[in-house]
Design a protein around this ligand. Structure first.
Ligand code: ZN
Length: 276
């Protein structure tokens, strides 16, 4: 397992962690803090345009671990599915423009009014398959991120690493997985599925699971503040040969988003060294 205690070169910050910041502030803040990599969300990239965003990021010498995010494939009708696919192709183009190493995909949930979970699963598989030629041509790998089952209805119906691995088996080259501890820490099959994913692990996300969790979406903890055995999971991931960055991704409306972002980065760096 890699020693992070005196090494900031593997730390990446997801833009959601310092949500109040725009892209320029994120870049400046990371450069000032000596953080070498970022994973921006589409909103802050689109705000300046992907071409200009890519120039800004390259000029600062930052690595883009992932672009967040695409996916959300299931829809009630063909027109809806086509809209989703078009938007995903644009997201892939933006990811290429900013030099992202991959794009995160979340599945999407049940179409409005539907109870057909198996149908939604099929739509996700077909949606990724339809996106894949464009992504391969653009040189942007697709990182399927399984989300915690509490999001199955409205956000993502791929909820286990096993399901994401199955999709990779079916879809072939150009597809991998994003392992986010927040979504997979509870899974009794985690060790086996990380081993199975192996070189398909395209990115690794950390935060922490707070007890109690006050909001299903916006109450993630800073690494070290919750119950996830971060070191054990990282050991499993790195045992596969994973050599990429470790992204800190925190959605925290009532705590971290209310703090001074530069201070949040300082704490991210400290936790990266001590508990991640
Ligand atoms: Zn994540």
């Amino acid at each position: 397992m890699r020693d992070l205690s005196n090494d900031r070169s593997l730390l990446a910050v997801n833009s959601a962690t310092v949500k109040p910041w725009n892209l320029e502030q994120l870049i400046d803040g990371c450069v000032r803090a000596g953080i070498p990599a970022i994973a921006p969300w589409r909103d802050i990239v689109q705000a300046v345009g992907a071409g200009k965003a890519g120039n800004m990021i390259r000029a600062a010498g930052l690595t883009v671990t992932s672009y967040c995010r695409g996916g959300l494939f299931p829809a009630a009708d063909e027109a809806g599915r086509r809209l989703a696919l078009d938007d995903n192709r644009r997201a892939v183009d933006e990811a290429a423009a900013i030099g992202a190493r991959n794009i995160i995909l979340i599945a999407g949930g049940l179409p409005k009014g539907s109870k057909d979970l198996a149908g939604a699963h099929a739509q996700v598989r077909d949606g990724i398959a339809a996106l894949l030629p464009h992504a391969r041509a653009a040189g942007v790998p697709l990182a399927i991120e399984p989300l915690h089952p509490m999001y199955a209805a409205d956000r993502a119906c791929v909820n286990t690493l096993a399901h994401a691995n199955d999709l990779c088996d079916q879809l072939g080259e150009g597809v991998g997985v994003a392992v986010d501890v927040y979504h997979v820490w509870w899974d009794p099959d985690l060790a086996a599925q990380i081993k199975r994913a192996s070189s398909r692990i395209l990115t690794y996300h950390v935060c922490d699971w707070l007890v109690p969790t006050r909001d299903m979406l916006l109450d993630r903890g800073m690494p070290g503040d919750g119950v996830i055995d971060l070191r054990s999971i990282r050991a499993m991931v790195e045992a596969t040969g994973y050599s990429g960055h470790i992204d800190i991704e925190i959605f925290s409306a009532e705590n971290w988003w209310k703090r001074e972002p530069a201070e949040v980065l300082r704490i991210c760096l400290e936790r990266h060294r001590t508990v991640v």
